[in-house]
Design a binder for this molecule. Structure first.
Ligand code: GLA
Length: 731
C-alpha cells in the first residue's frame, strides 16, 4: 500500500500533472495485496494499461516504460479502447454522434482514489475533446481477495443524443507468448461444460443473445492461462474473470499482431444500440477479474472469497438442507402428499420443504406445464386448505418452508394472457412463439415490473411462514419486442435485465432475510449480476450425480460452493437414466448446498438410514462448504477421479470428497490424492464419514499435514461410483 498511502484515508481528488519529459508517464496503480493493474497516462494524455499481474513493489518504475510499439500500426494498449484515432481493434466503446461521425479519442482528465477499508476505489475521468463525451472508469480493488471489479460510466455532455454501438464494461490487456482460454458452454441439463483452446490471432467471442435464460448456452466467465497449453490447477499464471450481467453478454478475446491479448467484457450490443440523450449517463455492469500465479486453484479461491464477502446475497451464510417436491411429485400432489413429504423430510433431519411448480391458478389450473403461469392464486381445488396450512405444518415440524414462482412468464392459457396481452414480449404482425407452452412478459415495462414485484410480494403474503422462494425462468426470448418501448426497440434487451434488477432491488428492501434461489430451467441464469440479489443457484436440472461431477467442477471454477444447490434424486435418474448408488449421490450433493428431490416414501429402510446419516454428518461440517477455501485434487475432465476439498480459513478443519468415475482394473491399488491447503506442521485426525468400514487404511488416525499433502492419503476407490468423504480436524 506504499503508493496509495500518500493519498491518505479520505477521498482525494487529484489533478494529475502530465510530466513534460517526452516519453515519461504518470502512473495510476490499481493494486490489491498481491496483484496490480498498472495504468499510465502518456504525454499525449491517453490512458494505457501497462501491466496486469503480480504486484510490483514500486509501480513508479513504469514511468519510463517504453512499449516499443510503432503507432503507424495502431495505438498502444488503451485502458478503454474506442473506435477512433489510430485504434483498429475491437473497441470497448463505439459511439455514433449526431453528425453521423464515429470517432472517439478519450484523454485523461483527472482521477480520484478512495480508500474504504478493504476496498480501494480508483475513478478515472476521460474526455473526448471534440465531442465532449465523458467516460468514468471505476476500479474497485478488493485488497484481501485480490479481485478487481471494473465498470464504466459513459456520460453524454454534448449537444445532441449519441448512439452507443458498443459499450463494454472494461478492457484487460494481457501479455504472454501463449494464451489458453477456458470457458463454459452447454445446454439444458448439461450446463457449464468446460471447453478450452489455445488462442490464435484474431478474435474469439463468447456470447449469449437469448435475452432470458442467457447462461444455458455460454457462461459470462473465463480463465486465461498465460504461457501454457492447458488450464493447470496449482501452477502457472491464470487470469479469471466474469461479467455481472444477467442479460445478453459478450466476451471477446482478441490477439493482435503484436501478440497482446485484449479481453473485453460487457453487455452484448446485439440489437441494442443504446441512445444516450444530452446529460444522460449509462453505467455498465461490473467486469470482475483476478490474477493468480498459482494456477486456477488460487484464481477460484480469490473469486470465491470475493463472492462470499461481496458478490453473493447472503454470501457465506449457511443455507438450510431441504426436500424439494419437483422430482418426487411433479404436478401430482394433494395437501396430503405434501404433508407426508414434510413428515419424511423432518424425519430425515432436513431443514426445509420446498413446494415446487403446480400449486397455483384456478381457472386454468397448473396441473401441467401448459396452463396457469400468470395466475398466481392458490389452486384451492388441489390444495383446499391453502398454502398457509402447509407452510404452518412445516414450521410445526421444525422445518422452514419455501415455494416456487416463475414470475417473468405467462401461459397463453391463463387469465393474465387475456387481460394483459400487451405485456407479452412480441413483435407486431409476427408469431409470438411458444416455448414450454409459455410466453415471456415484458420486463422492460415498469407496469410489468410492478406486477412481477407483486407476484413475489403476494406469494409471501400467502403465509407468514414462507422462508424461501425459488424464482424460475424457463425459456428464451424469440421475436423480441415491447409494446411499451414503441419505436425504441433497441432498448429492449438492456431494459429487460435492468427491469429484473429493479424488481429484485425493491424485493430485497422489503424481504432482506428471505432466501431466494435463482433457477432458470436449472443453470440458465448463473452470473454475478443475479447473485447480488439471489442466495443460491439451481445448478442444473440434471440431478444425476455422475453428470453433476462435470457441471459442479466447472461451476465451482468461477462460483463458490455456497451457491451451488445440489440434490439427491431417485434412480434411474430422471434426466440421464443413470443408476448410481445412494451413497455416491449423497457424497456428490454434499459438496454443495445439500438437498433431496425425490419421494422419500420410495426409499427402503436401509436407504433411509443412510440418508439420515449423511444429512447428520453434513450438518456438522457444512460450514466448510459455505465458508471454506476450495482445493481441487482431481478433475473429472482429465482422469477417472473427481476429488476436491474445502479447508477452513484457520486451516484446522477440512472435508475431502473423492469419487471414482470409471472402473479401475484389478492391478490398480489405492489411489493417492495429494491433499492441499493444510498446515504441513499440524496433525489432523482423519475420519471417513457415513461408513462402518473405511476405504482408507488411515481413517480414524492422526496424520501430519505434510504427509497428507504428499501422497500419504490413498483411499481404495476402484469401482465406478465408489466415493468417500473424509473429515479432518486438528487441535
Ligand atoms: C424448471 C426448474 C425445475 C422445476 C420445473 C418446474 O425446469 O428448473 O427445477 O422447478 O421448472 O416446472
Amino acid at each position: 500500500m506504499k503508493y496509495l498511502k500518500c493519498f491518505g484515508l479520505a477521498l482525494l481528488a487529484l489533478a494529475l500533472a502530465i510530466p513534460a519529459t517526452a516519453g515519461r508517464r504518470a502512473i495510476i496503480p490499481v493494486e490489491t495485496e498481491h496483484t496490480a493493474l498498472i495504468l499510465a497516462v502518456r504525454n499525449n494524455r491517453v490512458l494505457e494499461t501497462l501491466h496486469f499481474g503480480a504486484r510490483i513493489a514500486d509501480p513508479k518504475a513504469f514511468e519510463g516504460f517504453v512499449t516499443g510499439l510503432s503507432e503507424d500500426n495502431g495505438s498502444g494498449p488503451m485502458a478503454y479502447p474506442t473506435t477512433g484515432g489510430r485504434y483498429i481493434g475491437e473497441p470497448a466503446l463505439h459511439v455514433k454522434y449526431p453528425d453521423g461521425y464515429h470517432n472517439t479519442e478519450l484523454v485523461y482528465d483527472s482521477h480520484q482514489v478512495q480508500v474504504n477499508g478493504n476496498i480501494v476505489t480508483t475513478k478515472i475521468l476521460l474526455k473526448d475533446p471534440v465531442t465532449r463525451l465523458q467516460v468514468g472508469l471505476i476500479y474497485d480493488a478488493y485488497q484481501k481477495e485480490d479481485v478487481i471489479c471494473a465498470h464504466a460510466e459513459i456520460r453524454n455532455v454534448g449537444a445532441g443524443p449519441v448512439q452507443l454501438l458498443n459499450y463494454a464494461s472494461g478492457s484487460l490487456y494481457l501479455e504472454a507468448d501463449r494464451y489458453y482460454l477456458t470457458h463454459f458452454h452447454g445446454g439444458w441439463a448439461d450446463e457449464m461444460q468446460m471447453d478450452g483452446e489455445l488462442l490464435t490471432h484474431d478474435t474469439k467471442v463468447i456470447e449469449s443473445r437469448r435475452g432470458t435464460q442467457v447462461t444455458q448456452c455460454n457462461n459470462p466467465s473465463f480463465l486465461v492461462s498465460l504461457n501454457a497449453d492447458r488450464l493447470q490447477e496449482n501452477v502457472g499464471e491464470v487470469v479469471a474473470g466474469a461479467l455481472a450481467w444477467s442479460g445478453n453478454f459478450r466476451l471477446s478475446f482478441e490477439m493482435d499482431e503484436s501478440n497482446r491479448l485484449n479481453v473485453l467484457a460487457g453487455i452484448n450490443s446485439f440489437a441494442s444500440t443504446y441512445e444516450l440523450d444530452h446529460g444522460q449517463i449509462f453505467a455498465t455492469p461490473e467486469f470482475i477479474y483476478t490474477y493468480s500465479d498459482r494456477g486456477a486453484g488460487q484464481a477460484s479461491r480469490n473469486l470465491h472469497a470475493w463472492a462470499r464477502n461481496y458478490g453473493v446475497y447472503g454470501g457465506g451464510q449457511v443455507n438450510p438442507t431441504l426436500l424439494n417436491s419437483w422430482e418426487g411429485a411433479y404436478f401430482n400432489f394433494t395437501t396430503e402428499t405434501l404433508l407426508r413429504m414434510i413428515d419424511d423430510a423432518a424425519g430425515m433431519g432436513l431443514e426445509m420443504f420446498v413446494l415446487d411448480d403446480g400449486w397455483f391458478a384456478k381457472d386454468y389450473p397448473r396441473n401441467g406445464d401448459d396452463a396457469g403461469l400468470g395466475d398466481w392464486e392458490v389452486n384451492t381445488a388441489k390444495l383446499p386448505e391453502g398454502i398457509d396450512y402447509v407452510a404452518s405444518y412445516a414450521h410445526g415440524k421444525g422445518l422452514k418452508f419455501g415455494i416456487w414462482i416463475e414470475p417473468e412468464m405467462v401461459n397463453p392459457q391463463s387469465n393474465l394472457a387475456h387481460t394483459h396481452p400487451e405485456w407479452v414480449v412480441q413483435s407486431p404482425g409476427r408469431e409470438t412463439y411458444q416455448s414450454r407452452n409459455q410466453w415471456v412478459l415484458d420486463l422492460s415495462n415498469p407496469a410489468v415490473q410492478d406486477f412481477v414485484f407483486g407476484i413475489f410480494d403476494n406469494t409471501m403474503k400467502l403465509s407468514g411462514n414462507i422462508d424461501y422462494i425459488k424464482w424460475d425462468c424457463n425459456r428464451v426470448v424469440s421475436n423480441f419486442g415491447s409494446t411499451y418501448l414503441g419505436s425504441e426497440q433497441d432498448r429492449f434487451f438492456v431494459e429487460y435485465t435492468q427491469g429484473i434488477y429493479n424488481v429484485m432491488r425493491r424485493l430485497r428492501e422489503k424481504y432482506p432475510d428471505t432466501i431466494v434461489q435463482c433457477c432458470s430451467s436449472g443453470g440458465g441464469r448463473v452470473d454475478y449480476g443475479a447473485l447480488k440479489y439471489f442466495n443460491e443457484i439451481w445448478t442444473s436440472d440434471n440431478t444425476d450425480a455422475f453428470t453433476r461431477a462435470y457441471i459442479q467442477y466447472a461451476t465451482n471454477l468461477i462460483y463458490p460452493a455456497c451457491v451451488m444447490a445440489s440434490h439427491v434424486s431417485a434412480v434411474p435418474n430422471h434426466q440421464t437414466g443413470n443408476v448410481t448408488p445412494l451413497k455416491f449421490r449423497f457424497d456428490m450433493a454434499c459438496s454443495g448446498r445439500l438437498g433431496m428431490e425425490l419421494q422419500p416414501r420410495n426409499l427402503t429402510e436401509r436407504e433411509r438410514a443412510l440418508a439420515d446419516r449423511c444429512i447428520r454428518s453434513y450438518k456438522e461440517y457444512r460450514d466448510l462448504v459455505f465458508t471454506g477455501d476450495v482445493y481441487r485434487l482431481a478433475s473429472p475432465y482429465e482422469g477417472d477421479y473427481y476429488a476436491l476439498m474445502y479447508v477452513s480459513q484457520d486451516r484446522r478443519r477440512a472435508v475431502v470428497y473423492t469419487y471414482c468415475l470409471k472402473y479401475q482394473n484389478r492391478a490398480v491399488g489405492a489411489h493417492p490424492f495429494r491433499l492441499d491447503g493444510l498446515d504441513p506442521a499440524r496433525r489432523y485426525r482423519v475420519t471417513e464419514l457415513n461408513v462402518d468400514r473405511s476405504c482408507w487404511w488411515g481413517s480414524g488416525y492422526e496424520h501430519a499435514g505434510d504427509f497428507l499433502m504428499n501422497g500419504g492419503f490413498n483411499p481404495v476407490l476402484l469401482k465406478t461410483f465408489d466415493s468417500a468423504v473424509f473429515y479432518l480436524e486438528s487441535d
